[in-house]
Design a protein around this ligand. Structure first.
Ligand code: NAG
Ligand code: NAG
Ligand code: NAG
Length: 263
């Protein structure tokens, strides 16, 4: 039987912490070799992850002994700068694009060099919660909540019964740049054979090589299922997918019309 899909968008509010996480999954690009370069430019950190809406400082330093012209090229919103001899530190604000490239361009004695950094924004779900199944008529409604996750467009939510995937949904079509709550609702028929099978919900963020997984605690079908009506379905564990409701609540952190880079 074909699945029926509905979706709706809710707007809600939450407050992500600012701060930063360092990833291990990327290697630094090799530094230019000293022999061929009159001066070096370095942008650090080269890779930084922040929660959506967070901010970050990047330090652009160089080895030019002369006064230089230096600038930061990015579509992220720039905040304060600090400088010292041989370096400028730039603050970037309200990072929402999940993946942004930043370039620091330095001109020393007429020669221009640059260094790049990558800023990513993601938020592991604060929690993944599977509600106990609710029996309505002959069918169970399964509901899974993925709380405070970003970016939703890279999220796959799956439901498993006894370890087997019974349904999964990729949320690619949700391109919002805000923290979100996702609710996946799935309706199935279950028979007595299903009663001992744990149900779990799994959230997977697949961020271009970085995979972040979270899953719910298991829940069981309730014994109420053993009523005469559901005995009629005893032969098949999952007969039909009756309907799915997927709701994504975008969480507006702060309202900036910041331009996002999507690389
Ligand atoms: C997201 O879910 C959490 C937990 O249920 C709730 O406290 C919060 O208010 C929700 N946020 C939004 C924006 O719906
Ligand atoms: C920026 O980097 C330079 C060179 O590594 C260092 O001396 C300076 O203290 C750094 N500035 C900040 C604000 O971290
Ligand atoms: C910091 O920047 C200001 C303004 O561009 C400049 O006048 C000053 O010399 C810089 N300080 C250092 C230590 O380079």
């Amino acid at each position: 039987m074909e699945s029926v899909l509905f979706s709706s968008l809710l707007l809600v509010a939450a407050y992500p912490r600012s701060g930063s996480l360092q990833h291990e999954w990327m290697q630094s690009p090799p530094m230019p070799s000293r022999a061929s370069m009159p001066f070096l430019v370095r942008l650090s950190p080269e890779v930084e992850a922040v929660p959506p809406g967070g901010s970050v400082w990047l330090n652009c330093s160089h080895s030019c002994p002369l006064p230089v012209r230096s600038s930061l090229r990015t579509q992220l919103r720039q905040g304060k700068t600090l400088n010292g001899s041989g370096w400028v530190s730039y603050q970037l604000l309200d990072v929402r694009a999940w993946n942004s490239k930043v370039r620091c361009v330095v001109t020393c004695a007429g020669e221009t060099r640059e260094a790049t950094a990558r800023i990513t924004a993601y938020k592991r779900p604060r929690s993944v919660i599977m509600e106990p199944p609710v029996l309505v008529g002959h069918k169970y409604t399964l509901r899974c909540y993925v709380i405070h996750v970003f970016p939703v467009g890279f999220l796959v939510v799956s439901l498993r019964k006894g370890g087997q995937v019974v349904y999964f949904e990729s949320l690619e079509r949700f391109t919002g740049s805000d923290l979100a709550n996702v609710t996946l609702t799935y309706v199935i028929r279950a028979g007595p054979n299903d009663l001992w099978q744990p149900l779990t919900c799994h959230a997977r963020l697949n961020l271009d090589g970085l995979v972040v997984r979270s899953s719910s605690a298991p829940v069981m079908f309730t014994m109420i299922a053993l009523n005469p009506a559901s005995k009629a379905l005893a032969s098949a564990s999952i007969v039909a997918l009756v309907g799915i409701l997927l709701a994504v609540g975008a969480v507006y952190v702060r309202k900036y019309q910041a331009v996002q880079t999507q690389l």
